[in-house]
Design a protein around this ligand. Structure first.
Ligand code: ADP
Ligand code: MG
Length: 140
């Protein structure tokens, strides 16, 4: 069942993501959807904070598709923005991270995946004007 939240600042989005992140377990996958500038990377920062990783280390990679951050649980941050066309979890080698079961995997631009990922949490962020964002989480 989807839950819908509204945040009014970057910090509120970080706080929401921290709450979600606190309940994540190794092997969990978070798929982030939403336009450029909607707040996906910001959300990943909150997850990083919850895992004891340094949120400031979470950046929008220019060319790198996958970045890893050490923490209580390893965070694997994937940004598919520059991926031309669509590619599956297996094609991208992400199944290894997911299957290893010792990391949490967060994927920006999950729209580029060809299909759903079994058991994943989907976070959809919409810019509703100014600093307001509608964040739909399915399923927390
Ligand atoms: P994306 O990764 O989706 O491209 P970013 O997280 O990099 O987006 O950027 C989001 C931008 O929107 C940041 O500049 C942030 O300060 C701004 N912002 C304004 N309001 C919010 C909000 N409520 N939640 C998240 N980001 C917000
Ligand atoms: Mg981003």
């Amino acid at each position: 069942m989807a839950q819908v939240f509204t945040t009014s600042s970057e910090q509120e989005t970080v706080d929401l993501a921290r709450r979600l992140g606190a309940g994540l377990r190794p092997g969990d996958v978070v798929l982030l959807r939403g336009d450029l500038g909607s707040g996906k990377t910001t959300f990943v920062r909150g997850i990083a904070g919850a895992l004891g990783a340094n949120p400031e280390g979470v950046t929008s990679p220019t060319f790198v598709l996958v970045q890893e951050y050490p923490g209580r649980t390893r965070l694997v941050h994937v940004d598919l923005y520059r991926l031309g066309g669509k590619a599956g979890i297996d094609d991208l080698g992400l199944d290894e991270f997911i299957g290893a079961g010792d990391a949490i995997v967060a994927v920006e631009w999950a729209e580029k995946l060809p299909g759903p990922v079994e058991g994943a949490v989907t976070v959809t962020i919409e810019d509703t004007g100014g600093d307001s964002r509608r964040i739909t989480i399915d399923a927390w």
